[in-house]
Design a protein around this ligand. Structure first.
Ligand SMILES: C[S@@+](CC[C@H](N)C(=O)[O-])C[C@H]1O[C@@H](n2cnc3c(N)ncnc32)[C@H](O)[C@@H]1O
Ligand code: SF4
Length: 386
């Protein structure tokens, strides 16, 4: 087991208004944003987790939410300056800020850029006024267009647009129109998420009618074709990028790298290479409690030797290019042989393929990723039991 690259995830748990489909740790902001206090808490959190890691320059930072763009560029800059001082940044580091188009005033992106942000992920979701209303979004399609113009003007060309599909009553043509409207804004990266009904959300209480599977398949086929024609390559289940614009932070998750997770409800993953194990960390979810809490209250959970291969493969198979056998051994400290049984069975079923010491899902396997995961779970549990 070797020390993997180290990234930083910081969570910002407030939104102007909670969307009815969303089960992220995000809360409607009902009072003034406790900006200074929250950044102070993030800095304390980072300081208290530092002894857990081999100090090394961060390979990426992701400021996610909730809605981090509710925070001022000065506040974001304070966090980034502190992280740089404590850990350092690799040359050309990717620093992503998630932004809601309804929270962007003129000139704000230029200030985020000056504060150190190098990439923005904008939650467009749809360009259809009816859908935006149904989804409880606080912005119009024109506000998304204005935010994209601001990104180009600020020199932040490296931006992502989040789109959702399989929306209530949506036709394949409407999903195409959304995609084309997104591409017209010249993003470098596009994330397309199938709208899922998550337990505990307003949509779970009153589920909207979503399009039938055949229509969703047609949406996916059409979108892949349109994205290819526009110069985008699919590199992950939901991720499409122009050349050189893949998201380094998400790649680090899928390649089973390490990341510190700070902020309310943030998750992290840390490897103790010399001691041969890895842990998952989680912070207190509720923002008020997080603000009040001792950051040392972080919970840690061992990733057991039985779960390691499954967790690694679950991430690796999300990538179109799959994973290298060498990476499996480096990240888990286990020989490839622990995956052998499951992989040969998946190979026989035509769900995965092997080439040049790499494993990846076949196009069929990629569509039925869950089947791959189910196959991996019992096998790895059986074979890795000490
Ligand atoms: C944390 S949010 C992004 C940033 C910002 N909060 C916003 O919504 O503009 C991450 C993305 O996850 C996607 N998402 C959230 N809930 C989802 C769900 N139930 N089904 C599919 N995608 C979802 C949305 O596309 C959203 O932009
Ligand atoms: S989708 Fe984004 S804006 Fe909506 S509640 Fe979730 S985190 Fe907040």
């Amino acid at each position: 087991m070797k020390s993997p690259p180290l990234a930083l995830y910081a969570h910002f748990p407030w939104c102007v208004q909670k969307c009815p489909y969303c089960d992220f740790n995000s809360h409607t902001l009902r009072e003034e944003l406790p900006e200074e206090r929250y950044i102070d808490a993030l800095l304390r959190d980072l300081a208290s987790q530092l002894p857990e890691v081999d100090v090394q320059p961060l390979t990426s930072v992701f400021l996610g939410g909730g809605t981090p763009s509710l925070f001022s560029p000065a506040a974001i800059g304070r966090l980034l300056d502190d992280a740089r001082a404590k850990l350092g940044f690799v040359e050309g580091i990717e620093i992503t800020l998630e932004a809601n188009p309804g929270t962007i005033e003129r000139g704000k992106f230029a200030e985020y850029r000056a504060a150190g942000v190098t990439r923005v992920s904008l939650g467009a979701q749809s360009f259809d006024a009816r859908q935006l209303k149904l989804l409880g979004r606080i912005h119009s399609a024109d506000e998304t267009r204005r935010a994209a113009d601001e990104l180009h003007a600020a020199g932040l060309e490296n931006f992502n647009l989040d789109l959702m599909y399989a929306l209530p009553g949506q036709t394949a043509e409407e999903a195409q129109a959304d995609l084309k409207a997104a591409l017209a804004l010249h993003p470098a990266h596009l994330s397309q998420y199938h709208l899922t009904i998550e337990p505990g959300t307003l949509f779970a209480a009153a589920p909207p009618v979503q399009p039938a599977d055949e229509i969703v398949d047609e949406m996916l086929d059409l979108s892949l074709q349109t994205l290819r024609e526009a110069g985008f390559e699919q590199y992950e289940v939901s991720g499409y990028a122009r050349s050189g614009a893949r998201c380094a932070h998400n790649l680090n998750y899928w390649e089973f790298g390490d990341y510190l997770g700070i902020g309310a409800g943030a998750h992290g993953k840390l490897t103790y290479a010399s001691r041969g194990f890895a842990v998952r960390t989680q912070q207190t979810r509720e923002p008020r409690r997080y603000l009040a809490a001792d950051p040392r209250a972080l919970t840690r959970k061992h990733i057991s030797i039985r779960d390691l291969p499954f967790e690694f493969a679950m991430n690796g198979f999300r990538l179109v290019e799959g994973f290298a056998e060498e990476l499996f051994e480096a990240r888990t400290g286990l020989p490839n042989s622990v995956l052998e049984g499951a992989l040969s069975s998946l190979l026989a079923r035509g769900l995965v393929e092997r080439g040049r010491n790499r494993w990846r899902a076949t196009p069929k396997g990629f569509r039925f990723l869950n089947e791959i995961l189910v196959e991996l779970l019992p096998e790895t549990e059986a074979s890795a039991t000490p």
